[in-house]
Design a binder for this molecule. Structure first.
Ligand SMILES: [Ca+2]
Ligand SMILES: [Ca+2]
Length: 251
């Protein structure tokens, strides 16, 4: 609904997003990966990368996607079903956050104990310094107090082969909620602002670092609602997942 209606807006927001990327290109050049996306790379590889930087409509753009591109599996838990009929599209692409005091409705609820696995093909998450991907739920600060988020917690796991998953432990039952997803408000919104959803310093959401698990790359992220957290604030709602770092070449 609002998803389809926002297509034209998404176009302009996309342009803004690319502009933001250009602004941050300088400090993301660490490791040399970014340098390859300049114009100096010879032959077809350079042309592919340039296409990726220039337009999301081309194959190159898809290759350079910084968001989930597929729902590999979904098993709903009992409880609310909001947004589930709009899967997979509602959780693909960039987040549509509501800011510090409003929870986005552009989400799919997992239900209590529900689990969803997303893929990023042909892109992937790579470990670079700092956080490597961001999970966007729809928390907000109750009464404007950042120490009292309306949190809906889930465990996040990553996998490179789709078979073996590695979990960020999610065990906290009180604020702060550690390496759980679902407790940081989302500021980036592809429809309403140009905040870079791939920059953990400004995007909001829950950021994760593959290095914490000793993992170098991940092609899949699995999110499982905390079954011991039930009731009004007990069911995780997924908005989107973003990839923080570009990688040097598409597979
Ligand atoms: Ca739950
Ligand atoms: Ca990292």
């Amino acid at each position: 609904m609002s998803h389809d209606g926002g297509e034209s807006d998404a176009g302009s927001a996309g342009s803004a997003g690319r502009a933001a990327d250009a602004d941050t290109g300088v400090d993301s050049g660490e490791g040399g990966a970014r340098a390859d996306s300049g114009s100096a790379v010879g032959g077809g590889a350079g042309a592919t990368l340039e296409a990726g930087a220039g337009g999301s409509d081309s194959n190159g753009g898809e290759c350079a996607s910084r968001f989930a591109t597929s729902v590999e599996s979904f098993t709903a838990g009992p409880g609310p079903t909001t947004g589930q009929n709009d899967l997979p599209d509602i959780v693909l692409g960039p987040p549509k956050g509501g800011g510090a005091s409003v929870g986005s409705t552009d989400v799919a609820t997992l239900g209590n104990g529900g689990t969803i696995t997303l893929g990023f093909a042909p892109s992937r998450i790579v470990d670079r310094p700092g956080p490597d991907f961001i999970v966007f739920e729809n928390p907000f600060d109750v009464g404007g107090d950042p120490n009292k988020p309306f949190a809906e917690l889930a465990t996040v796991e990553v996998s490179d082969d789709g078979q073996t998953f590695h979990a960020f432990p999610c065990t906290a039952t009180a604020y702060p909620y550690g390496s759980c997803a679902g407790w940081h408000p989302v500021f980036a919104n592809a429809d309403t602002n140009s905040i870079d959803p791939t920059d953990p310093r400004v995007a909001g959401g829950d950021a994760f670092d593959l290095a914490d698990l000793g993992v170098n790359e991940a092609r899949f992220v699995r999110i499982t609602d905390r079954v011991d957290q039930t009731g009004t604030a007990g069911t995780f709602d997924l908005d989107a997942i973003s990839i923080v770092h570009e990688h040097a070449a598409c597979p």
